[in-house]
Ligand binder design. Structure first.
Ligand code: ARG
Length: 465
């Protein structure tokens, strides 16, 4: 395949005797997707240039020119006027070329003591740190919306399930707070990953460090990095920080996916527990009665790609010898897509969950249908002196009779209940009520409305700090 591309426009032209093949150029270029790193690339370059100036590695005049030139480049990019060139391969070379066009030789001095290898590693860390901060804000908003929903429904009764069979009554508030816990651990994981993201690679240069007397600590301070990467080979080659992020993101999407699955079930006519705001649903082109929960369904679907990206990044890394390899260019698209997907999903869910309508009666009816207080009856018998296994057996018989006669446990007359054990008294009625059942689970982590309210207070204080 031939090409008329001009070597002179490339950064490493002198050694080559023929132009790069056109398909090779398209295959190896990353500018199509890495241009979104531009603001961070410029931020990194300015910090590097200021340090070069402070160290006397470039003259003050050059630094002034670089600052002025970069301001224009940034403006052109922000206004969509920047002419991105495929033959300049990536975001770094495009920006440097334009800078040099604008300010001449000073532009060519910017890359002193630096390589694209430590440059790109720095850019990704800056970009990812920003993405993590946005995702943290969205997570917090979602958790607050869920806490408020839980507070409104601290007393709302619903069936709790195991094996998707009615198990014991719970409060809807308690159920919702389970997700607040999951998303809370997600926030912890992101915060932990951020500590390792926030380290400076610049100074590693291509792989071995540089002979220029750089002040790495100054660059780190300027860019808000907490620490320096301590080994140049490691600094330019590993992307474990990105994998950690994607892993935390995959767990977020797993949690969102489980919530989505419940929303889809709850919205089905068979459950009828909730309604999603209309702006989150779509209709069917053929069935006029349909209102489909598209957003939760898609979120459940999009979890697949985020989980897939985690796998892609792990496999991308595993075969690479030290130090930098071009393979690493493949880290960006999965990473970008993961961050975009998670951020959009969380943002939508915060608003959607604030707007869901709950049919408390439907939830309660459903809990009443499933003998949800059978365990409470067994516990009552235990408190009257029956060994738990015997109580379990006795209640199983009672449930069986109820199933045959189409009644609920609460509908059995006292005389029949007393056949289970002579010590059964009228106070058994309270135990068989859903309200009595949930109220009795009044220990930390339990479903009692009082516990839900206590958790809401704790979480509110945590989230409003
Ligand atoms: N576009 C490259 C990347 O994303 C930048 C680093 C290229 N370095 C190199 N030696 N070719 O990884």
């Amino acid at each position: 395949m031939s090409s008329s591309l001009d070597r002179k426009s490339q950064a490493w032209s002198a050694l080559f005797s023929e132009p790069v093949d056109a398909l090779v150029q398209r295959y190896t270029a990353s500018v199509g997707f890495d241009k979104r790193l531009a603001p961070f690339d410029i931020q990194g370059s300015l910090a590097h240039a200021r340090m070069l100036g402070a160290r006397g590695i470039i003259p003050a005049q050059d630094l002034g020119d670089i600052e002025r030139g970069m301001a224009q480049v940034l403006e052109e990019i922000e206004q969509g006027r920047f002419d991105w060139k495929l033959e300049l391969e990536d975001v770094h070379l495009n920006i440097e070329a334009r800078l040099t066009q604008l300010i001449g030789d000073a532009g060519k001095r910017l890359h002193t003591g630096r390589s694209r290898n430590d440059q790109v590693a720095t850019d990704i860390r800056l970009w990812l740190r920003d993405a993590v901060d946005r995702i943290q804000a969205a997570l917090r908003a979602l958790r607050l919306a869920l806490v408020e929903l839980a507070e409104r429904h601290a007393d709302t009764l619903m069936p709790g399930f195991t094996h998707l069979q009615v198990a014991q009554p719970v409060t809807f508030g308690h159920h919702v707070l389970a997700y607040v816990e999951m998303f809370g651990r997600d926030a912890e994981r992101l915060a932990d990953a951020r500590r390792r993201i926030n380290r400076l690679p610049l100074g590693a240069a291509a792989l071995a460090g540089t002979s220029y007397p750089l002040d790495r600590a100054m660059v780190a301070r300027e860019l808000g990095f907490d620490e320096l990467c301590q080994n140049s080979l490691d600094a330019v080659s590993d992307r474990d920080f990105a994998i950690e992020f994607n892993s935390a993101a995959a767990l977020i999407m797993v949690h969102v996916s489980r919530l989505s699955e419940e929303l889809v079930l709850w919205m089905s006519q068979a459950f009828g527990f909730i309604r999603l705001p209309d702006r989150y649903c779509t209709g069917s082109s053929i069935m006029p009665q349909k209102k489909n929960p598209d957003v939760p369904e898609l979120a459940r679907g999009k979890s697949a790609r985020v989980i897939g990206h985690l796998n892609a990044l792990l496999v991308l890394m595993k075969g690479q010898p030290l130090a930098y390899n071009k393979d690493n260019q493949e880290d960006k698209e999965p990473l970008f897509d993961t961050a975009d997907t998670v951020l959009d999903t969380l943002t939508l869910f915060a608003d959607m969950m604030a707007g869901i309508e709950v049919d408390a009666q439907a939830m309660q009816r459903s809990a009443l249908r499933g003998y949800a207080t059978a365990t409470d009856l067994a516990d009552y018998l235990v408190k009257k002196g029956l060994p738990f296994r015997d109580a379990h057996e006795a209640v199983a018989h009672a449930v069986r009779e109820c199933v045959q006669s189409g009644r609920d446990l609460g509908e059995l007359p006292l005389s029949e209940l007393q056949r289970l054990h002579p010590a059964v008294q009228a106070d058994v009625a309270e135990v068989l009520r859903l309200e009595g059942s949930v109220a009795s689970r009044d220990l930390v982590g339990g479903t009692a409305p009082a516990q839900v309210r206590a958790q809401v207070r704790r979480l509110r204080a945590e989230l409003q700090q």
